[in-house]
Design a protein around this ligand. Structure first.
Ligand SMILES: Cc1cc2nc3c(=O)[nH]c(=O)nc-3n(C[C@H](O)[C@H](O)[C@H](O)COP(=O)(O)OP(=O)(O)OC[C@H]3O[C@@H](n4cnc5c(N)ncnc54)[C@H](O)[C@@H]3O)c2cc1C
Length: 490
């Protein structure tokens, strides 16, 4: 299909950008009120597939659609240096089954179902398990480099990390995609914000109205893929759906993850799923400045977490996401993660090296009293907390501690003593999103397919609930993005 500059599609335009929970616009035609608010397009361009968002989901969709011979345009609201969205800032771990057997795939699915308390999207987990090996090989065939996958204990999965390693690989991935996609015919339009979906009289989505360098343009196509990421940067959505305090949290990723895709889809009649409460957020306790790499996730289960009153408040062994959510409820919404030399040697050394590389302080003192002074907690309650906790530790657990610790309980007794402090809650990703089926087709709340509209990535499918195993989101985005691209081009 060739590009044209005519306005030959009979269409309705669906206004997006309304606030959280806004009602649907009438499906039989745009209302007068909405028409009066619509910008007039300067022109239209016609493609086969229009993709919104240049993260890993959008790039996978665009690349797959181009591979299938479709003429593709990819719209990105930010400038080209921000190509990649949250995917650009990610650690770069892609979760995979332990091997290519059905048994390993079943274990992978079961692991994710358990982490998500049985409320995740099992259809997506199965697609992830079935496709990720092929999809990573496909990216490698296109020149994207990964480190060899390695087991990822305690989970029964492997992790493939974008080369050359954690928090270093994704910038390379997007540098490569930035040159590869145009070579394959994908038109990249940066600084071009999708504002509204364009629908025809039959209720099918036939394009996107966008505002950007080229003015107001309708990008028309036989299908549209929404891959505009999550809503961690949208305070109104977070406060409306998750928690009145959620807007006060740090955003670990991009601030412009504002849920535009969800809002546009909702205005076109799409259902949303998994938006409610803190279960819809991935939260980690992080350094207040280096919110991305400044997070001691792997140390949390082994250490003790101390609030501003010098007290423990959570079973740290339940993992860093459970811990991050608990910090949200503490005085001043901050904590100090305390450990000793024994734990430094066994689990904390590499995180301390990361903090040192980032120029972040790890507090160190020869006595608990001195550490309390460094991290700004009252000395007597802090020393009492540690003393009572140590006394409660037996056989790797501390059932009698307040609160109890189920496993990985270690006495804090060998000086020097250390603390990552202060740590504050930061949103890593949002779990709620547009309802889709196993073909990435967007669904209305009652399950009806919206013709011509696909969605993939963090903002689609509500894959996860409460928690996820690291690497799951990039795998979800890649797998579902590629499925969306294949379907959109078919
Ligand atoms: C610090 C950090 C580390 C992480 N590490 C990992 C990890 O190692 N493994 C893992 O699995 N997950 C990780 N995650 C989560 C993961 O990075 C994201 O969930 C994933 O990258 C989302 O990809 P996406 O393609 O859906 O969206 P994004 O990558 O966020 O891309 C969406 C794009 O859409 C654009 N966009 C939005 N609205 C519009 C609009 N109206 N018009 C045009 N463009 C628009 C945005 O600007 C953005 O570029 C991490 C997250 C963070 C914050």
């Amino acid at each position: 299909m060739s590009k044209s500059h005519t306005m030959n599609v009979s269409r309705r335009v669906v206004l997006a950008g309304a606030g959280a929970g806004a009602g649907l616009m009438g499906m039989s035609g745009a209302t007068l009120a909405s028409v009066s608010l619509l910008p007039t397009p300067d022109r239209s361009e016609t493609y086969d597939v229009v993709v919104i968002g240049s993260g890993i989901a959008g790039c996978a969709a665009a690349l797959q659609a181009a591979d299938a011979g479709a003429k593709v345009v990819l719209l990105e609201k930010m400038q080209s240096v921000w190509m990649g969205g949250n995917s650009l800032l990610a650690g770069g771990g892609f979760a995979m089954p332990l091997d290519a057997t059905d048994a390993a795939r079943r274990v992978f699915v079961a692991e994710y179902e358990a982490y998500c308390l049985g409320r995740g999207n099992s259809t997506i987990f199965k697609l992830m398990a079935e496709n990720i090996d092929d999809d990573l090989a496909w990216l490698q065939m296109h020149g994207v480099a990964f480190e060899a996958p390695t087991p990822w204990p305690p989970n029964q999965i492997r992790m493939a990390i974008a080369s050359p390693g954690f928090f270093a690989g994704m910038p390379s991935v997007f540098r490569h995609l930035r040159s590869l996609l145009p070579e394959l015919g994908v038109e990249l339009k940066f600084d071009t914000k999708a504002q509204q979906l364009v629908m025809n009289d039959a209720g099918a989505v036939v394009g996107v109205r966008a505002v950007g360098r080229a003015g107001v343009v309708d990008y028309l196509g036989k299908s549209v893929v929404i891959a505009a990421g999550g809503y961690g940067g949208n305070t109104a959505l977070l406060e409306a759906y998750s928690d009145p305090n959620a807007g006060a949290m740090m955003v670990r990723g991009i601030k412009h993850a504002t849920g535009d895709g969800l809002l546009m889809a909702q205005q076109a009649g799409a259902g949303l799923k998994g938006m409610g409460g803190l279960m819809a957020l991935h939260i980690a306790a992080v350094d207040g400045v280096e919110t991305a790499a400044g997070q001691p996730a792997s140390v949390v289960p082994h250490a003790i977490s101390i609030n501003r009153e010098g007290k423990r408040f959570v079973d740290e062994s339940k993992g860093y996401v459970n811990h991050g959510k608990a910090v949200l409820t503490q005085p001043g919404q901050s904590t100090s993660l305390v450990f000793d030399q024994t734990l430094r040697d066994s689990v904390a050394e590499s995180v301390m090296a990361t903090f040192a590389r980032l120029g972040l302080t790890v507090h160190q003192a020869d006595t608990l009293e001195a550490l309390a002074a460094l991290i700004g907690v009252p000395v007597a309650p802090f020393v009492q907390t540690v003393t009572e906790f140590n006394a409660a530790v037996a056989d790797g657990a501390a059932p009698g501690a307040v609160p109890p610790k189920a496993t990985l309980a270690n006495r804090i007794e060998t000086p020097p003593f250390y603390a990552f402090s202060p740590l504050v809650p930061g949103i890593t990703l949002t779990f709620g999103g547009i309802m889709i089926n196993d073909r990435a087709q967007v669904l209305e709340a009652d399950g009806r397919v919206i013709a011509g509209l696909y969605a993939a990535g963090e903002g689609a499918g509500a894959a996860f609930f409460h928690d996820y195993i690291g690497g799951g989101s990039l795998t979800n985005c890649l797998v579902m993005g590629r499925i969306a691209g294949r379907q959109a081009a078919s």
